[in-house]
Design a protein around this ligand. Structure first.
Ligand code: NAD
Length: 495
């Protein structure tokens, strides 16, 4: 069956690639849908549609854009249960998380950007020079080409698409080839809400061909990308060829610093939830716990206990805590990293295997706690993107903060302490786009998300994300008509 996998110029349609593609539920190995990916001609059509729609959309008032987005939010709200179920089956994600986190988050994002569209700010118009009045125009950039990963398919679509269109851009969006289904509904519901055809187009397929065709297209003005640091580097380099603005949200390896005055029960619970969210496939997941040596045994003992209580099961059951990884291939990566850590002398305190009672055809992996790994080892330095927490002891605050900053990444971090000065120091010195104090994971539509260092640059969500998708233009007008302006004499004294 052909589930039409493209959405171009306000219409769902089939893709031009030759092979029928299977979209699989990784928790069962069964097909969720089949269809054809886009080919280069489909990308051409989508870019043309976005280009043609741009002048009209850029010319709408913020109020008009906001009204459409308010309607869109209501339509999505009414379809939350259906979207959560599809997100769960397509990604092998526990339906509890899709229902309580992924989908309501998206509805809230749409409603936030409906309001934010009307609130683009700039420096006040004024006479900053005695002869001139200056004003700022915030203008959309044009056609945005946007590419997203599979871990939170609809949320990642929302984070890319919403600020772009709220600011008056049009977009060609490519979801991950593994999880395209909710993005297509996202685009359809936008049309239903009144978004003009061509403003939001979805093309699906692999990164190397469909993704590459978007980012190298001469009619695409900006590229916004969420995904791995490896692909982000390639995208930055490719976009440089046509001098496109680039916005990169990349990988993470979040530290979780537990000082000796922390509430250890709260920290242990926070570490387990912060690590296991989305089966650990979260760019901000707690992955490196640095724990004061006086509390190390207590903390790791409690984390082990809690990890062993997690319910693993079919993702459509509402009491399942931990779903599947995204694919068998990705599970092989996770197995490989944990095995190499074990071979290098680390201790697997719990997990480190395929869970005994997990659904057989699924790509499940047990909650895993590792101690005794070296700071410079692969498992501490590189993303695992699975339910794997590494715990390491420290003795001084200086050491803890140094270790927290000692990876290439800088996306998110947390500090656990009851001492306000320690909390302030940690939030100041940890190099990351978000530092939680006594919590780890919560995100908020009004507040920015984005990285430092190899985690990329640019912000998603919040008013700050609108800056990414607007050009700032200075308009400077003479106040009184004057043919002989004083500054001309600096160049040439005219009679
Ligand atoms: P990925 O980098 O492999 O793929 C991301 C997207 O890029 C996919 O749509 C893919 O098809 C496309 N792509 C791949 N190669 C391409 C190319 N050469 N040209 C154009 N497009 C290409 O990432 P993934 O495995 O889908 O997702 C996991 C990664 O995403 C992790 O590294 C995670 O940390 C990161 N992530 C980051 C954030 C953030 O906000 N910083 C959020 C979620 C996920």
């Amino acid at each position: 069956m052909d589930t039409q996998l493209q959405y171009i110029n306000g219409e769902r349609r089939t893709g031009g690639s030759e092979e029928l593609h299977h979209i699989i539920n990784p928790a069962t190995g069964e097909d969720v849908a089949t269809g054809y990916y886009a080919n280069v001609e489909d990308v051409e059509d989508a870019v043309r549609a976005a280009r043609d729609a741009f002048p009209g959309w850029a010319g709408t008032s913020p109020g008009e854009r906001s009204e459409i987005m308010q309607r869109w939010s209501a339509i999505l709200d009414a379809r939350q249960a259906e979207l959560a179920s599809l997100e769960s089956t397509n990604g092998g994600k526990a339906v509890k998380l899709a229902t309580g986190f992924d989908i309501p988050g998206v509805v809230d994002n749409v409603s936030f950007f409906a309001a934010a569209a009307r609130n683009l700010e700039g420096k006040a118009q004024a006479e900053y020079s005695p002869e001139h009045t200056s004003s700022i125009r915030r203008e959309p950039i044009g056609v945005v080409g946007s590419i997203a990963p599979w871990n939170y398919p609809l949320q990642m679509a929302a984070w890319k698409v919403l600020p772009a269109i709220a600011a008056g851009n049009t977009i060609v969006f490519k979801p991950s080839e593994l999880t395209p289904l909710t993005s297509l509904i996202f685009a359809e519901t936008a049309t239903e809400a009144g978004l003009p055809d061509g403003v939001f187009n979805v093309v699906t397929g692999e990164g190397a061909d469909v993704g590459n065709a978007i980012i190298t297209h001469s009619e695409v003005d900006m590229v916004s990308f969420t995904g791995s640091t490896r692909v982000g580097k390639q995208i930055g380099a490719a976009a440089a060829g046509t001098v496109k603005k680039v916005h990169l949200e990349l990988g993470g390896k979040a530290p979780f610093v537990v000082f000796d005055d922390a509430d250890i029960e709260a920290a242990a619970r926070g570490a387990v939830a912060g690590n296991l969210i989305n089966a650990g496939q979260d760019c901000t997941a707690a992955t490196r716990a640095y724990v004061h040596s006086s509390k190390f045994e207590e903390f790791t003992g409690r984390v082990k206990e809690l990890m062993e209580q997690v319910t693993i099961g079919p993702v459509d059951q509402t009491d399942t805590d931990l779903g599947s990884l995204i694919s068998q291939a990705h599970r092989e990566n996770v197995i490989g990293i944990v095995d190499r850590a074990r071979e290098a002398g680390a201790t697997v305190v719990t997990g480190g295997k395929i869970p005994d009672d997990s659904p057989e055809a699924g790509a499940y992996y047990a909650p895993t706690l590792i101690t005794g790994a070296a700071q410079d080892s692969e498992i501490v330095q590189q993303e695992v993107f699975g339910p794997v927490l590494v715990a390491l002891p420290f003795d001084t605050d200086d050491e803890a903060l140094k270790l927290a900053n000692d990876t290439p990444f800088g996306l998110a971090a947390s500090a656990w302490t009851t001492n306000v000065y320690r909390a302030q120091r940690a939030s100041r010195e940890i190099q990351a786009g978000c530092v939680w104090i006594n919590d780890h994971i919560p995100i908020i539509s009004e507040m920015p998300h984005g990285g430092y260092k190899a985690s990329g640059f640019g912000k998603d969500m919040s008013q700050y994300s609108l800056d990414e998708y607007t050009n700032i233009k200075h308009v400077i007008s003479e106040i009184e008509p004057t043919a002989h302006k004083e500054w001309h004499d600096l160049v040439f004294t005219m009679d």
